[in-house]
Design a protein around this ligand. Structure first.
Ligand SMILES: *[C@@H]1O[C@H](CO)[C@@H](O)[C@H](O)[C@H]1NC(C)=O
Ligand SMILES: *[C@@H]1O[C@H](CO)[C@@H](O)[C@H](O)[C@H]1NC(C)=O
Ligand SMILES: *[C@@H]1O[C@H](CO)[C@@H](O)[C@H](O)[C@H]1NC(C)=O
Ligand SMILES: *[C@@H]1O[C@H](CO)[C@@H](O)[C@H](O)[C@H]1NC(C)=O
Length: 563
């Protein structure tokens, strides 16, 4: 867009020159008739060559060559399709979610603009993600989707001035977080607006972090010293960190025409595909960077494992099933998960959950994380894409459990994780990521039973998106309106308990109603990037950012599926 308008203003400026100086034309014509035949031919060829060069230059400027690489241009919808609306209730709910986004954005904008995070109780700001303004970047596409165009414009203007090739002194950048939040946020905002500055910045981020892959195996390190242009050395990295950057680098290759990004990131998938595993399809969370082997850590669809599995399916969707590797790997993992990791509550037979396994894939831990609540959405998407109807039935049961994690607390918000009792009356839970110890559910560490599950030590709700993400996908795939009702209930409790005068805050203990003591003065950027976006889309027509046309990265940034 920017290119064609610049071109037409140049044309206007040059018109007086072409038509104003008549005497010049007459003198040229007289000279032309005085020339001999050979000179005329030479001049004609010269003139035609110059005209040809000008015309092809114009074509390159006006028709974006990257669009040609991408194939036919898909029309971009920036407005909700008013003719295919979903009714008044949805409209009211959508507007309420939009107002929440505007409230959070206004607070951020007033007190923390350009900083990483707003602290929504004290109105202070922090730069704990490197100071490049992660909340602003993560919010770009949400602003666009909700038609908050003035805010979007201001944010883009700011982003254009940020130098991602330089970090704060002494800061080593977390590779995976920077890719899923900032690189992805810039790429999706670019696809929505076609503002070239966003693609330039995306390339700057992608290039600055590429040294992460400079290990002997090609498995990335987890942090990068951007100023020095090299990775911060470490011995191991988790599968979610190494395996949740592929979609973003692939999209960057597609949009820049440079295949190196995709090739570099794909190596990780190939290495882990071939590596030895304790059970087909199940990957222990830690990868030894020097050897590429996975021989420590537990097996989980929660934190540190989660999006590795998610991205097998999403790479399959993004590449329209043109590579059988991703669907094979995804199906192997889901089959193994269903066989070994899914159980149901002994109190409520409708409540299914996904627990963790130890390194050898033998001991089971009945701990269900809020993070794992992305699984039902993934299963539903996979059931539709790969024709696996059983997965949709399991997805319904897991979504029910994820909703109960909210519905059964005093605040209506969910804790970071819950614990289930197994048939023997004992449970297993790991305290840290490597610590996979047996814990007696009757012991003092597990204080309260929530009708079917128990709460552990961490009962915070940090404005996480996974459950509303699954609700949005479940509604779109099943058409069952109950998912909208559940999403609306969750939204109202977010409003009731976490809203501050400037934005929204994480909540320390969802089983306590002492609201003023519970607000932790923290708002992660994923609240604006994911939680509010998925709620807005839940109440939007299903063809608005349709799942047939877009694949959402793990931070809810929609990427156009490859054409
Ligand atoms: C934070 O900002 C809001 C909105 O501007 C204001 O109402 C509130 O008093 C501020 N809080 C503090 C602690 O300054
Ligand atoms: C990659 O690592 C090698 C040493 O292993 C080092 O010499 C080289 O400078 C590094 N390159 C980058 C781009 O980090
Ligand atoms: C949610 O909890 C309320 C009681 O607080 C209950 O009446 C309702 O049935 C629950 N919803 C579901 C879907 O279980
Ligand atoms: C609304 O959108 C859905 C999904 O794209 C489509 O199946 C349906 O026919 C549309 N309805 C109208 C009235 O256009």
């Amino acid at each position: 867009m920017a290119y064609s308008s610049r071109y037409s203003s140049e044309m206007r400026d040059s018109q007086p020159l072409l038509y104003g100086k008549r005497s010049l034309w007459r003198r040229l014509a007289a000279k032309w008739y005085r020339l001999d035949r050979t000179s005329r031919v030479v001049f004609s060829i010269l003139a035609l060559t110059i005209c040809g060069a000008m015309v092809s230059r114009i074509i390159i400027e006006v028709v974006d060559p990257f669009d040609l690489l991408r194939g036919p241009q898909v029309t971009i919808k920036s407005k909700v399709d008013k003719n295919n609306d979903t009714g008044d209730t949805d409209k009211v709910r959508r507007q309420a979610v939009r107002a929440a986004m505007k409230h959070a954005w206004d607070g951020y904008s007033k007190y923390a603009f350009g900083h990483d995070e707003l602290q929504p109780v004290s109105n202070m700001s922090n730069d704990k993600w490197g100071g490049w303004g992660v909340t602003l970047i993560d919010s770009l596409d949400t602003l666009h989707i909700m038609d908050l165009h003035e805010e979007f414009r201001q944010a883009v203007t700011h982003v254009a001035s940020v130098d991602f090739s330089h970090a704060q002194d002494g800061f080593t950048t977390p590779f995976f977080e920077m890719i899923i939040r900032s690189l992805a946020g810039l790429l999706s905002a670019y696809e929505m607006s076609l503002d070239r500055r966003l693609l330039e910045k995306a390339k700057q981020v992608g290039d600055a972090l590429l040294p992460a892959f400079n290990s002997s195996t090609g498995i990335p390190y987890s942090r990068v010293d951007v100023n020095a242009g090299r990775a911060a050395p470490s011995n191991r990295v988790c599968i979610a960190e190494a395996g949740t950057v592929q979609l973003e680098y692939w999209k960057l290759s597609e949009l820049t025409g440079n295949p190196i990004y995709h090739k570099t990131a794909q190596r990780v998938v190939d290495i882990l595909d071939k590596a030895e595993k304790p059970h087909k399809g199940l990957y222990p969370i830690w990868i030894d960077i020097g050897t590429g082997k996975m021989n420590s850590g537990q097996i989980t669809f929660g934190g540190m494992g989660d999006s590795w599995y998610e991205y097998m399916l999403k790479q399959h969707i993004y590449s329209r099933g043109t590579h059988s590797q991703y669907s094979r790997m995804y199906e192997e993992s889901i089959d193994a998960m269903k066989e070994k990791m899914v159980k149901k509550s002994v109190f409520d037979p409708d409540m299914y959950y996904v627990g963790d396994l130890d390194l050898s894939a033998t001991r089971f831990s009945p701990k269900f994380q809020h993070l794992t609540c992305f699984v039902p959405g993934m299963l539903a998407l996979g059931s539709k894409t790969l024709d696996r109807p059983d997965d949709l039935e399991l997805a319904k049961k897991l979504t029910y459990t994820c909703f109960q994690m909210y519905n059964k607390t005093k605040t209506g918000l969910s804790a970071e994780y819950v614990l289930f009792r197994d048939e023997s009356g004992k449970g297993l839970t790991g305290k840290g990521t490597d610590d996979f110890a047996t814990v007696d559910l009757d012991s003092a560490t597990i204080a309260e039973q929530g009708d079917g599950f128990y709460f552990g030590n961490d009962r915070s709700y940090i404005l996480r998106p996974e459950t509303v993400e699954s609700l949005m996908i479940m509604y779109r795939i099943t058409g069952d309106k109950i998912y909208k009702e559940w999403g609306w209930q969750i939204f109202l409790d977010i409003e009731k308990w976490t809203k501050t005068s400037s934005a929204y805050s994480a909540y320390h203990d969802v089983t306590s109603i002492k609201r003023n003591e519970m607000l932790t003065d923290s708002m992660e950027s994923f609240f604006l990037a994911e939680t509010l976006k998925y709620l807005y889309l839940l109440f939007s027509p299903v063809n608005y950012y349709s799942l047939d046309d877009y694949v959402f990265n793990t931070e809810a940034h929609p990427f156009k599926i490859m054409s």
